[in-house]
Write a protein that binds this ligand. Structure first.
Ligand SMILES: Nc1nc2c(c(=O)[nH]1)N[C@H]1C(S)=C(S)[C@@H](COP(=O)(O)O)O[C@H]1N2
Ligand SMILES: [Mo]
Length: 158
């Protein structure tokens, strides 16, 4: 079973969360249907704020970095910009989120901007997330910097 690591220099309690752990978060912290946030991305998610609370994120925290080792994709964003408007999708039709939907874990921000137009853009909706790092300094970010890079990314096979 695939699990998610939450760590970094601004995390009080590093965590390893597997599917059942995410399912076990309080109902108030769950988004039963993520199409409420984004019609194209259905599933069940847990609020980022609940994950951060569980990991006892400290006041030194400034950046959140999403790591997808599957395809070596990384995005690092100011924590304040996503803290109260992001979730992690972990399930679809009561089964683990399939890779075609960005599984096992997909980050999703509410009201994201078009790719490359803002810090919080569609590119920051990282698929195949296996680690969330919380740190004082900006972390690794290899989101596309221009349209050629972006187009190449979209042609990449799964
Ligand atoms: N791991 C990973 N996440 C990623 C990407 C990627 O190439 N790898 N592409 C990003 C970009 S540029 C976009 S527009 C969206 C596309 O999401 P979709 O496959 O749901 O349309 O995922 C983002 N997350
Ligand atoms: Mo994109």
């Amino acid at each position: 079973m695939q699990c998610l690591t939450i760590n970094g220099d601004a995390v009080g309690v590093p965590l390893k969360l597997c599917l059942d752990d995410l399912r076990g978060f309080h109902a108030d912290d769950q988004i039963p249907d993520t199409t409420a946030w984004d019609a194209k991305r259905p599933g069940r998610g847990v609020l980022l704020s609940a994950l951060l609370e569980a990991a006892e994120v400290q006041s030194s925290a400034e950046y959140l970095t999403l790591h997808a080792s599957r395809d070596d994709f990384h995005a690092s964003v100011p924590l304040a910009n996503v803290r109260e408007r992001a979730c992690l999708i972990y399930e679809f039709n009561e089964a683990p989120l399939p890779v075609e939907r960005g599984g096992p874990f997909r980050f999703l921000v509410r009201d994201y901007a078009a790719c490359k137009t803002d810090e919080i853009d569609d590119c920051a909706n990282v698929k195949f997330v296996d680690r969330i790092e919380i740190s004082a300094k900006r972390g690794k970010d290899n989101r596309p910097r221009d349209e050629a890079e972006h187009a190449k990314l979209h042609e990449k096979p799964l």
